[in-house]
Design a protein around this ligand. Structure first.
Ligand SMILES: C[S@@+](CC[C@H](N)C(=O)[O-])C[C@H]1O[C@@H](n2cnc3c(N)ncnc32)[C@H](O)[C@@H]1O
Length: 284
């Protein structure tokens, strides 16, 4: 597996790699993998695996236990290519890389799995009931779904409002001044439609799950983290819809650096929502 000291643009421009390599990010996802308590020996789906950072955490938790299959699935071929590279040296466990969309999961997967780990992606899904229903279909009865996200209603702490306001208004001013650009007003981005933790619970109940654990974890996101997320295409499009990625990314990075200096910040805390649920047996 490749080492932690990557150049910022490893994984290609606008990839998730730089953010995914941050120590706080690894720690928060490690926590979810730990509380999911999935058992080695079965099939585990890393849904929306991205560049493979969570797949590595799953592998670590398996401690080399044989007879476990990890299916790493993502809609993006580019992310999957990077994940394949990252996991090239992985030993002992079979990893299958599958290109597919969460919305068509039951058609894409051949068999059922014992656990689904779905990190930092559920907020990007438009039709959440559909995706949760698809996850339920591919899980063995009693199988585990563990997901997390820091883009839910309530993830932003009130004391950090000033940071976000300044960041966005500075980025907008920079965009206008340097490129004569403004974001499109009427573009709705899926990652912006955020649910509360209670709404997630309701949906899970409705789609056949029993909640085993729900946690909110405060995480200190460093400047390097904000610079990293400002390189990621989905975040950029959510923050500044309709603006060409290079210009938007540059404006977000310059603006966040200035705000960190002005407010003398070391980090900006936000909450991660972790949910672990078990699939009730299907009734039909
Ligand atoms: C923020 S990254 C998270 C990657 C990884 N799970 C992690 O936590 O580090 C989100 C990933 O979700 C993938 N994705 C978004 N919507 C998806 C969908 N409907 N089906 C499958 N993958 C999706 C994106 O391609 C991207 O790689």
């Amino acid at each position: 597996m490749s080492d932690q000291n990557s150049s910022p643009l490893e994984g290609g421009p606008f990839s998730f790699v730089r953010f995914a390599r941050q120590p706080f990010y690894r720690a928060v996802n490690e926590h979810l993998v730990e509380i999911s308590e999935f058992k080695p020996g079965g099939a585990i789906l890393d849904l929306a695996c991205g560049t493979g950072e969570i797949t590595k955490l799953i592998l670590n938790r398996l401690h080399g236990v044989k007879n476990t299959i990890i299916i790493a699935m993502d809609t993006s071929n580019k992310a999957l290519d990077q994940a394949r590279k990252e996991l090239a040296g992985a030993k002992g466990v079979m990893i299958q890389f599958v290109q597919g969309q969460a919305e068509q999961l039951s058609q894409t997967l051949k068999g059922r799995v014992d656990a689904v780990v779905f990190c930092n992606a559920i907020h990007m899904v438009d039709d959440k009931p559909k995706v949760l229903g698809e996850i339920h279909k591919v899980l063995n009865p009693g199988g585990i779904l563990a997901f997390n996200s820091t883009f839910f209603d309530g993830s932003q702490l009130p004391e950090t409002d000033l940071f976000y306001r300044r960041w966005m208004s500075k980025a907008l001013r920079l965009l206008k001044r340097k490129h004569g650009l403004l974001p499109a007003r009427d573009v709705k981005v899926a990652s912006r439609r955020q649910l509360t933790p209670e709404e997630y619970e309701q949906l899970l109940n409705q789609e056949g799950f029993v909640i085993k654990e729900r946690k909110l974890e405060p995480v200190k996101v460093t400047l390097e983290g904000w610079l990293g997320i400002s390189e990621f295409s989905d975040f950029i499009q959510g923050a500044l819809p309709g603006v060409p990625l290079a210009a938007a990314s540059e404006a977000l990075q310059e603006a966040v650096t200035q705000v960190f200096q002005e407010l003398e910040l070391e980090a900006v805390p936000r909450l991660w929502l972790h949910v672990v649920a078990a699939a009730r047996p299907q009734t039909t």
